[in-house]
Write a protein that binds this ligand. Structure first.
Ligand SMILES: Nc1ncnc2c1ncn2[C@@H]1O[C@H](COP(=O)(O)OP(=O)(O)OP(=O)(O)O)[C@@H](O)[C@H]1O
Length: 310
């Protein structure tokens, strides 16, 4: 759906983004993360065609965005970091104006505006002047203009910025609904937002892509916790001989149970390993009480990735 190939962007002597490449497929929901100044907004602006890369290419459905910016921009929804909403305009007029720029046919515009207002729960504010709305409400107007015409590609720069916890929750739900029919790339500083809604995460560090991982792979840390009865003294040895198991550590044992932490070899599939471990425990003659894959949290990974570059 969208392909970023060797993107670099310089501002004078500052290299904001350096040789970043990735492909994002249809209906993926991708979180773009990184500390302040890592290059997130610069990438979002290049992906949406509002900023030209110094070198590199963005392709949307195989078409070069640089060559076809105007027509491709009409097919995508973009929520910029700083909302360019016109303060003196009435919400509905502004959305109608954006619908017009996006090339939505005159007969379709009213319905498109109503749908966008409904999706962002702004129906009651349709006739207010944008200037008089709160920060969170303005943010919703920004999202409403991005989703006008139901684009298949949405680029959202910090969509929950300035929202209160309830509005944040509503925005998360909205993004979840939009994700059923659109590819979404969103940047945020809120890591649990990414954990809640993204399939994949890209982490930038100093303008470079430091991590590109599916959330499911990222959560797996290659460790399993095992608890058995004490029927077999040398269970540790049996477990250690398994091909997927790199090491076995005995943990504190209770009166009638033993506990182990098993580290898998890199690249081992945790589900296959879990099945084999359960079989090994059974054949050795012990009873299995618990076998649990350990999960890593995104904030642990984020800090590891960001700090490894310091
Ligand atoms: N128009 C510009 N002119 C000069 N430098 C810029 C410009 N836009 C961005 N930069 C610089 O490029 C780098 C990346 O900025 P960018 O806004 O993309 O980071 P970010 O990851 O979005 O940061 P934040 O989390 O603070 O929003 C920073 O060093 C910034 O100062």
């Amino acid at each position: 759906m969208i392909e970023a190939s060797h993107l670099t962007r310089q501002f004078g002597r500052t290299t904001a983004v350096s040789n970043v490449s990735f492909n994002i497929g249809r209906n993926e929901v991708v979180g773009l993360l990184g500390p302040n100044g890592a290059g997130k907004t610069t990438i979002m602006r290049m992906l949406s065609g509002y900023l030209e890369p110094t070198t590199g290419v963005v392709r949307v459905n195989g078409e070069d965005l640089g060559q076809n910016a105007y027509s491709l921009q009409r097919q995508l929804g973009y929520l910029p970091e700083n909302l360019p909403v016109y303060p003196d305009m009435i919400v509905a007029d502004y959305l109608d104006y954006v619908a017009c720029i996006k090339g939505i046919a005159p007969g379709e515009r009213m319905r498109a505006v109503k749908e966008a207002l409904h999706a962002t729960q702004m129906q009651d504010r349709a006739l207010e002047t944008i200037d008089r709305l709160s920060r969170g409400m303005k943010q919703r107007v920004g999202v409403a203009q991005a989703i006008l015409g139901k684009p298949r590609l949405l680029i959202l720069d910090e969509p929950t910025n300035g929202l209160d916890p309830r509005q944040t929750e509503q925005m998360r739900e909205l993004i979840g609904q939009l994700a059923r029919r659109a590819t979404i790339i969103l940047s945020t500083h809120i890591l649990h937002e990414v954990e809640a809604i993204c399939d994949r995460v890209l982490i930038l560090r100093n303008g470079q892509l430091a991590l590109d991982s599916q959330m499911s792979e990222l959560r797996s840390c290659g460790e399993l916790l095992l608890r058995t009865d004490k029927a077999v003294d040398d269970l540790e040895k049996h477990l250690g001989r398994m091909p997927q198991v790199a090491s076995v550590k005995r943990l504190d044992s209770a009166a009638d149970t033993n506990a182990y932490c098993l580290t898998l070899h890199e690249g081992s599939d945790p589900d296959t390993a879990a099945g084999n471990i359960a079989h090994c425990v059974d054949t050795a003659g012990a009873r299995l009480f618990m076998l649990d894959q350990q999960a890593r949290h995104l904030d642990t990974v984020f800090h590891e990735v960001v700090e490894s570059g310091d």
